[in-house]
Design a binder for this molecule. Structure first.
Ligand SMILES: Cc1ncc(COP(=O)(O)O)c(C=O)c1O
Length: 363
């Protein structure tokens, strides 16, 4: 390839070109520091201002209330699967898990090792093609928290709002729809997200935690797994993932300055997803969406063709045409087009044209 492709990868995923260009221009000498961000001390003034600015911009994008801490951690969302119960699930209390796909199952599996986690609902019986109805969610009012996955990346099902949990606070894995739309952070005790879909490159994991929840953290946890310790040290108990945080900061600025905030981003994301789902729905059943219409993800569009052979053929021909990363996850099969924030509308339009042509030639 001599040009950039349209990259439909589920993550790490495409980043805004202007962000990559800025990083390129600052690579050798970051704003007069005489070195790149990769080379500078995390205790330097320059890096302190990078992490502070990234936090401020994220706070402004999501209107994060003052009584929440923002942490830039490592270990991916997968480590949060364990850190959440380790820190926030006291002995003797249950925690409720709403399972709408493999990532929720992964979080539940870790929580069961560490405390008394309950399955409050699951849609496994229909291969996670939908969200549970409110009457299917069986909550325990004594639960320390209710955990859910706002967007299940593999199956392509997304919550529009939050599940109703009464007074029990929410914990959410927002990895694959983080900062794709406005969210009322005050409804959550904790939000976590691996950076590598909407926020930046792999390496950083963002945690937003209500301050009073830090008091629940038991004594004696290993320092690197202890939210209270990590918060007290401003995410710098050890060397943070500096370069990843720097790029996340550029992405936050891009969202503010070039996109105009999360309302605008959400509108763009809805428009991109609509174009693709319309193409699926108007194909006379040639393309079939995996998830039920009302739970369709704006981020990961999952669909099948009449046969596996045709699916493989489409992926191969699409890749050759510069439409990369469309192969679906093996647990769903078929195709998955991940169209996160930075994925351009022109790429969705090109895919739709390609699908139309493919159907004509192979229908
Ligand atoms: C919703 C969700 N949760 C968790 C993960 C795991 O993230 P990580 O690889 O950062 O541990 C992913 C990765 O794709 C994801 O999409």
């Amino acid at each position: 390839m001599t040009e950039r492709v349209y990259n439909f990868s589920a993550g790490p995923a495409t980043l805004p070109v202007s962000v990559l260009e800025q990083a390129q221009s600052e690579m050798l000498n970051y704003r007069g520091a005489g070195m790149s961000v990769m080379e500078m001390s995390h205790r330097s003034k320059a890096f302190e201002s990078i992490i502070q600015q990234a936090e401020n911009d994220l706070r402004s994008l999501l209107s994060i209330p003052e009584n929440y801490k923002v942490l830039f951690l490592q270990g991916g969302a997968s480590l949060q699967f364990a850190m959440v119960p380790m820190n926030l699930l006291p002995k003797g209390s249950p925690a409720d898990y709403i399972l709408t796909g493999s990532w929720g199952q992964g979080a539940f599996k870790e929580a069961k090792k560490l405390g008394s986690a309950r399955e409050a609902a699951t849609t496994a019986d229909t291969n996670f093609n939908r969200l549970p109805r409110p009457d299917e969610i069986k909550l325990d009012s004594r639960a320390a928290y209710v955990h859910f996955t706002s967007n299940e990346t593999i199956f392509g099902v997304e919550f529009v709002g939050e599940p109703a949990t009464g007074d029990v606070p929410l914990v959410c894995d927002m990895s694959s729809d983080f900062i794709s739309r406005p969210v009322d952070v005050s409804k959550y005790g904790l939000i976590y997200a691996g950076a590598q879909k909407n926020a930046g490159p792999a390496g950083a994991t963002i945690v937003i935690i209500r301050e009073d929840w830090l008091e629940r953290v038991p004594e004696g946890l290993p320092a690197m797994l202890d939210y209270r310790n990590l918060a007290k040290n401003g995410s710098m108990y050890n060397t943070p993932p500096c370069y990843s945080i720097y790029i996340c900061g550029l992405v936050f600025k891009w969202l503010i300055d070039e996109i105009g905030g999360l309302e605008k981003m959400h509108a763009l994301n809805k428009e991109k997803a609509r174009i693709l789902y319309d193409a699926i729905d108007s194909s006379d059943g040639y393309y079939r969406g995996h998830s039920e219409k009302e739970c369709r993800s704006l981020m990961n569009v999952t669909f099948r063709l009449p046969s596996e052979e045709l699916e493989n053929k489409l992926v191969k021909e699409a890749t050759a045409a510069g439409l990369d990363g469309l192969k679906g996850h093996r647990s769903v099969g078929g195709l998955r087009a991940s169209i996160y924030n930075a994925f351009p509308k022109a790429g969705v339009e090109k895919l739709v044209e390609f699908m139309d042509e493919f159907q004509k030639n192979n229908g």
